[in-house]
Design a protein around this ligand. Structure first.
Ligand code: UDP
Length: 494
């Protein structure tokens, strides 16, 4: 397929923000561009390099024009521990601040790379607001990757422009998101990120403002989504809000082979083959998959409640429990043993659940699990990638947002698309999340697994999954929008 679009081979730099939720889809994106004959170079810091290298090895073996270039990241100069090169390695707010500050030190080495390699375009994560200026210095367009969909982008824009949260008296009073097409969406202040509702001048408020300004100055935004999923919001974003954007997803669908699906992100803590074997032994749609993304770090109390909820629901399950970073960073050896002790599990839980439930401690091959026909439900924190991967697999969801823009994604899943049911989180709480009782878990799981309404939810989810696959095939909406973007870039580079 190489060279199908133009004689001159375009060269694009992909520079994802240092977080799994940005790196994973950016790698997929680079693979998609490379499959269209475009030279794709991914920029990676030293600790992220081996993971990315593993993710692209199949594409490299197929001869696709994709490669990796290291970038220096002097995080230790600012006091970050060695290897702190990914947001998923950080849990304490103070380290998080340093981490974000440290990422600004990437500007100079990036510009050196731009000087050396002369790419035609830079696709960079939105949390690198300075990247638009860097690209401009070398006369090339910068495309922003926000890592989220059109619906949340429209909600974010509306909230920041109209500040509807200022019109209510209490944090729990509902307000309508103004100037949004489609159905009326209500939020409360408790569901909004604290950096949005504060008037204080903080690192994050400054970062978000800078990201917004840089986006407006950029060549446009590339969105991991597809038109059939949220077309009215894509149109609103482009036409009413005047933003230039291309939808080219779901990008995860470029991973067709099991090996590719299991090489996304970190090294899986359970062998992919064993995982598939376990799933093969279960009936279609009979397994619940529970995972809260790469960053959420629930308390022991919450983990215990989830265990009790799963047991009471009577479902087969695969539950991904992240290793607690807090233990390692703050509490030292005493709690480092927590994961080995499993003191947070109800007594005898694993014995009782033998054959019925699997706990994966660490990292799971998520897309591989979601795509298996035995998987029938997804309890998700509604990160955009997980949301879209759930949609692409046609799996009904129980929505359990924690922070970031996840509460907007929950609204899309439960109210706009109606392919999921909310577990009932009432408050935006970074990392550890709001507490949810076992009864709420059982109720939500029942609602997506039993009865006529559950059947309708599954049918809607399956229909969207079919549309997702069509969107990325030749002639599909995402395939065509990617063609338009490639053509525009080719014209610019003439
Ligand atoms: N993921 C995975 N295995 C895990 C946890 C996460 O493969 O055990 C992947 C998941 O498939 C998704 C990404 O990590 O592609 C997480 O991105 P998302 O936007 O859902 O959430 P975030 O981690 O950014 O909160």
């Amino acid at each position: 397929m190489a060279g199908e679009n133009q004689k001159y081979q375009l060269h694009i730099f992909f520079f994802p923000f240092l977080a799994q939720g940005h790196m994973i889809p950016t790698i997929d994106m680079a693979k998609i561009f490379a499959s269209r004959g475009i030279r794709a170079t991914i920029i990676a810091t030293p600790f992220n390099l081996p993971l990315i290298s593993r993710s692209i090895q199949e594409s490299v073996a197929l001869g696709l024009p994709i490669n990796l270039v290291p970038i220096k990241f002097s995080c230790q100069e600012l006091g970050l521990p060695e290897g702190c090169e990914n947001a998923d390695a950080i849990s304490s707010p103070s380290l998080f601040h340093i981490f974000f500050k440290a990422t600004t030190m990437l500007q100079e080495p990036l510009e050196q790379l731009l000087q050396e390699h002369h790419p035609d375009c830079l696709v960079a994560g939105s949390f690198f607001p300075w990247a638009t200026d860097s690209a401009a210095k070398f006369g090339i367009p910068r495309i922003v990757f926000r890592g989220t969909g059109f619906f949340p982008l429209c909600v974010i824009e509306s909230i920041s422009r109209h500040q509807p949260y200022k019109d209510v008296l209490s944090d729990s009073d509902p307000f309508v998101i103004p100037n949004l097409p489609g159905i009326e969406i209500e939020m409360t202040r408790m569901l909004l990120p604290t950096y949005i509702i504060t008037d204080d001048d903080t690192l994050f408020t400054r970062l978000f403002k800078a990201a917004e300004e840089s986006e407006v100055k950029s060549f446009g935004v590339v969105v991991n989504s597809f038109y059939e999923l949220e077309g009215i919001y894509a149109d609103h974003y482009k036409k009413a809000l005047g933003r230039k954007a291309w939808h080219i997803g779901p990008v995860s669908l470029c991973n067709r082979e099991n090996k590719e699906k299991s090489y996304r992100g970190k090294q899986a803590s359970m062998d992919a083959q064993d995982c598939l074997k376990w799933l093969d032994s279960k009936k279609p749609h009979s397994v619940l998959y529970i995972c809260f993304g790469s960053r959420s770090d629930f308390t022991e109390n919450q983990l215990r409640e989830i265990a009790m909820g799963l047991e009471a629901s009577g479902q087969n399950f695969i539950w991904v429990v992240r290793e607690s970073k807090k233990d390692k960073e703050e509490e030292g050896d005493r709690d480092r043993d927590r994961d080995q002790d499993q003191g947070w599990l109800p007594e005898g839980f694993e014995k009782r659940m033998e054959g019925k439930g699997l706990i994966i401690r660490g990292w799971a091959p998520q897309v591989l699990i979601l795509d298996h026909e035995s998987t029938g439900g997804f309890v998700t924190h509604c990160g955009w990638n997980s949301t879209l991967e759930g949609v692409s697999a046609g799996v009904p969801m129980v929505t359990w947002p924690v922070s970031a823009e996840q509460f907007y994604n929950e609204k899309l899943i439960t109210e706009v698309l109606r392919i999921g049911v909310a577990v009932g989180v009432k408050k935006w709480v970074p990392l550890v999340g709001d507490h949810i009782e076992k009864e709420a878990i059982v109720k939500a799981v029942k609602e997506i697994t039993e009865g006529d309404e559950a059947e309708e939810i599954r049918n809607r989810a399956k229909k969207l999954a079919r549309m997702a696959r069509e969107a990325v095939e030749e002639g599909g909406s995402s395939h065509s929008d990617l063609n338009s973007l490639i053509e525009e870039l080719a014209d610019l580079s003439k």
